[in-house]
Design a binder for this molecule. Structure first.
Ligand SMILES: [Zn+2]
Length: 552
């Protein structure tokens, strides 16, 4: 694994702290007047998890009775803790509109001489809510489809794609030997994610976008694209006047090769050129036509939002945790009546909500107001694509520029105490050194993201806030369990990921040990308090992709 430049600096700082730490763990340093950390206990966390993952909540799907029960519980707990409502109209609920859409399998994408087959060659959905969408235009190959000023990279330079199709490669351009940190080296940057590709294509005014799927670039086979992008899709309604793509599609590699050939080009040659600096987009001499029919429905589901007003209420810190999960699946034909079909989501993410509730309680019992205000936000529709967090970031209760930090909890450790705390994003902003200092004070260390190439930073609710320029951290899985059972516990963690993740078996177990989660929650509560009190706002490191937002 190649280290990012700022990561290596952060690791060096952590290594220094670890080297200076005495052999025995020092007692926690808890400054007077800070959050009431004694409110955060393993049993309090377990108690909330037990309720939130109860079968009666039916898997907490958005816009269901079980989901509503979960949000009522969270709002009630915030009220009891002493957080003020910060949702719509003096309530704790910020209603998020969600578009459900199903594309008809009769979708067609055609060029002269060939119609690509829906399912086998192409899958598609739309960025607009119209029942019928037609896109007809020239196809332009735009390489990786990236506009990254801080990398001096622009795949759209000198080409006008308004009203046209763009044909795009996924992932980041590879880092050459003479520029080893280009696009994060081996780490995936947001420019490499498929969601970015569609967003940029829309900003450029394209009418339709075709993402080229290869097994290697996606790291999963075409069947996964097929199953993920057919059936019901969820999205936020496009903001009025915001650019939106009529057709967002994935195209299988063989079909993309054929399309380029009909446009007078060799796709492999185009791809090779697009992987080097100085690439210019190539218009293909072919016009493509697509017709898409869809049924859409609007639903609403709330984010639960509470605030602890600070003495500097013009600025804020946000603690986030998603409350939603996958609900109860329909019975399969011939399935026995007693098969468990409830996706309880005990770890994902009743545990994160539970930890955040105890953090809220500790903050509210500090005995004094925080510096900046502190929001606790339980987001909806994370599992459907971070929709609640995206809505919060675009409809914040106060301007996003005044948000000093976001701390996200998506899964709290149920396997006991650990030496390390792992926070995605610690290498990106000045929150990383603050976190390292706090961990050091508590005889702990900041662990690293062991899979930066998987882009986990882009996959939970802190990410829409990061995109809005807010320095963000998200709690991830620890690796250094304490005690003689450390190896067994690590194996248990891996077994969960293989067997229980997003399954009905993610259920509350009375033997779960949230003492490590309590340690993490105490540390993060103190971090929130310190960020709220710090004279200056935290900031992204120079050169980080998200530093651009507040510079603009
Ligand atoms: Zn989750």
């Amino acid at each position: 694994m190649r280290l990012r430049p700022f990561r290596s600096v952060a690791l060096f700082a952590v290594a220094m702290l670890a080297a200076c730490a005495p052999v025995a763990s020092p007692p926690p340093v808890v400054p007077a007047g800070g959050p009431a950390e004694s409110e955060i206990t393993a049993s309090a966390i377990a108690t909330h998890v037990k309720f939130l993952s109860h079968d009666l909540l039916e898997g907490r799907a958005p816009a269901t009775r079980g989901g509503e029960l979960a949000t009522e519980y969270l709002a009630t707990q915030l009220a009891l803790a002493g957080f003020a409502p910060a949702g719509d109209g003096g309530t704790y609920f910020q209603q998020v509109p969600i578009v459900e859409s199903v594309v008809d399998r009769g979708f067609t994408l055609a060029v002269p001489g060939r119609t690509y087959k829906y399912g086998d060659d192409v899958v598609a959905f739309s960025g607009v809510e119209d029942a019928r969408v037609a896109v007809r235009g020239e196809v332009v190959f735009v390489g990786h489809g990236i506009v990254a000023p801080e990398q001096q990279w622009n795949d759209y330079a000198g080409v006008d794609v308004k009203g046209k199709w763009v044909l795009i490669m996924v992932n980041d351009p590879p880092a050459p030997a003479d520029e080893p940190t280009l696009f994060g080296g081996k780490a995936l940057t947001y420019y490499g994610r498929w969601t970015y590709k569609f967003e940029e294509a829309a900003r450029q005014g394209a009418a339709g976008a075709l993402l080229i799927h290869t097994d290697e670039s996606a790291t999963y086979p075409w069947q996964v694209v097929q199953s993920s992008w057919t059936g019901t899709q969820y999205s936020l309604p496009p903001a009025p006047g915001a650019p939106a793509l009529g057709v967002k599609a994935w195209i299988a590699n063989a079909a993309a090769v054929d399309l380029a050939k009909r446009g007078g080009q060799d796709l492999d040659a185009l791809r090779a050129a697009a992987s080097k600096r100085g690439f210019a987009a190539v218009p293909l001499t072919v016009t493509a036509t697509a017709a898409l029919t869809q049924t859409t429905a609007r639903k609403t589901s709330p984010n639960v939002v509470g605030v602890l007003k600070g003495t500097n209420a013009g600025e804020a810190v946000a603690i986030t945790a998603h409350w939603d999960h996958f609900g109860t699946r329909a019975p399969a034909p011939g399935e026995a009546a007693d098969v468990d079909r409830i996706n309880n989501g005990a770890y994902d993410n009743a545990s994160g909500c539970a930890a955040a509730l105890t953090m809220a309680q500790a903050l509210a019992r500090a005995g004094q107001a925080p510096g900046r205000s502190i929001y606790v936000v339980f987001t909806t529709a994370e599992e459907a694509g971070l929709l609640g967090a995206e809505y919060f970031a675009t409809h914040p209760p106060q301007p996003m520029d005044g948000f000093a930090a976001n701390i996200n909890v998506d899964g709290a450790n149920y396997l006991g105490r650990t030496k390390d705390i792992v926070m995605l994003g610690a290498d990106r902003s000045s929150l990383g050194p603050m976190l390292a200092t706090l961990a050091g004070e508590r005889g702990r260390v900041v662990g690293e993201d062991t899979h930066p190439e998987r882009g986990y930073f882009f996959r939970s609710d802190h990410f829409p806030l990061a995109k809005a320029g807010v320095p963000a951290l998200s709690l991830s899985e620890p690796k250094q369990f304490e005690g003689p059972n450390a190896a067994v516990l690590l194996a248990k963690q891996e077994a969960y990921n293989g067997k229980d993740y997003h399954q009905p078996s993610d259920e509350f177990d009375p033997s779960w040990d949230f003492s490590g989660a309590a340690d993490d929650a105490k540390l993060l509560t103190q971090l929130a308090w310190r960020v709220a009190a710090a004279p200056a706002m935290p900031s992204y490191n120079d050169g980080d992709q998200f530093a651009q937002v507040r510079k603009r």
